[in-house]
Design a protein around this ligand. Structure first.
Ligand code: PMP
Length: 361
């Protein structure tokens, strides 16, 4: 037996080259960095969750098909009857399943840049080539460049978030449809932020045989539960289901998810409150000198300042955690992303920003 082991000799070079997805510590901070819903559930519903959890047969494996939860999702999210559903431990896991399934030698997974960082990272995990097409300035889809890249790379999979993270905008639906038509592979529309946008491509599913749609309960108020779903034709999902680990959605997630979905009106009311706060926050940011604010259809706002890294650090010193995107993409130079929190959290954020910006450097 050798007396020393070298990970560099064993682990794939693509993995050695990756930086782990960094989750910054946030204890005691006003946490506006991760697009969580800041509101908790009402006491009566939490009591019911406590009861369900106490009585859950955790000694048994959960229902591998999560039948009751899927029925509740189908009803609440108005999923067309002819479409199948696959559940994931968060939508992250669904992205991974799709990437693994499509990772033939030479296959390409395509997305846009900047986009959700996990599209690129998961492509590396699954050993599928990644091609990222830059958005135009203003963060719209570059139709010509996309169509040329599709013709050249013949992607097996395209991921587009609608609205996009970290930019917050909805892409032009007409351009998305042209991309779907031009693609030899599947296009996954990731509607993680659907609750905050007034648009969806769900009613295009029946029309486009290579279109799949992804949703998550994370941004709606259940990030800790870990539940994402993929909606699409049976012929695709039957194949993807083969890669889903049998018990990926635990019994607590199934029971609590189903119960909270019975009260979806609460989550939707919270989403509406977040949308109202988003407008207020947008206007307050826009009123500050030296800030460029971008329109958002999601539960976060992207904005540009003169020195993002300094402002990010100073906000941290004020106990406020947001996301610094400076250095992640040329279109995001000096950009920061703030999640919309409670009115009180947002006021504290705006106040801190005032203090920091008024202070001479
Ligand atoms: N898609 C997008 C566009 C996201 O921004 C995120 C989370 N930041 C996810 C998917 C993953 O969400 P989850 O795994 O919590 O469902």
């Amino acid at each position: 037996m050798p007396n020393s082991y070298d990970p560099d000799q064993i682990i794939r070079s693509e993995i050695l080259a990756l930086n782990a997805y960094h989750v910054p510590p946030a204890t005691g901070m006003i946490k506006l960095d991760a697009m969580e819903n800041p509101y908790t559930l009402p006491a009566a519903l939490r009591q019911e969750i406590a009861r369900l959890t106490a009585e859950a047969p955790v000694n048994r494996y959960p229902d591998a098909d999560a039948t009751l939860l899927k029925t509740a999702l189908r009803k609440t999210l108005h999923i067309p009857d002819e479409m199948a559903i696959m559940l994931g431990n968060g939508s992250d896991e669904i992205i991974q399943i799709i990437a693994m399934a499509a990772a033939k030698p030479g296959a390409v997974l395509m997305s846009v840049e900047p986009a959700f960082a996990m599209f690129r990272m998961i492509a590396a995990f699954a050993n599928i080539s990644y091609v990222g097409i830059p958005l135009k300035s203003g963060f719209s889809l570059d139709q010509d460049t996309m169509l040329t890249a599709i013709a050249k790379h013949q992607p097996a999979v395209i991921f587009l978030a609608y609205p996009n993270n970290p930019t917050g905008n909805l892409f032009d639906a007409e351009v998305i449809l042209r991309i779907i038509e031009a693609t030899p592979g599947i296009v996954i529309i990731d509607e993680a932020y659907h609750a905050f946008a007034d648009a969806s491509l769900i009613d295009k599913l029946t029309q486009y045989p290579n279109l799949l749609l992804m949703r998550t309960l994370s941004k709606l108020g259940l990030a800790g539960l870990r539940l994402g779903l993929l909606i699409g034709r049976q012929e695709w999902l039957v194949q993807l289901e083969k890669l889903r680990l049998p018990y990926n959605v635990g019994i607590i997630t199934q029971l609590v998810g189903k119960e909270v979905l019975r009260h979806a009106d609460i989550l939707l009311a919270q989403a509406n409150a977040i949308k109202l706060e988003r407008t207020k926050m947008h206007d307050e940011l826009a009123a500050l000198d030296g800030i460029e604010v971008f329109h958002s259809d999601a539960n976060f706002i992207l904005f540009r300042v003169a020195d993002a890294t300094r402002i990010f650090q100073e906000l941290k010193q004020h106990g406020i955690l947001i996301k610094n995107l400076n250095g992640t993409h040329p279109l995001l130079i000096n950009c920061l992303r703030v999640t919309v929190g409670t009115p009180d959290e947002n006021s504290q954020f705006i106040l801190a920003l005032h203090t920091i910006l008024d202070k001479p450097v």
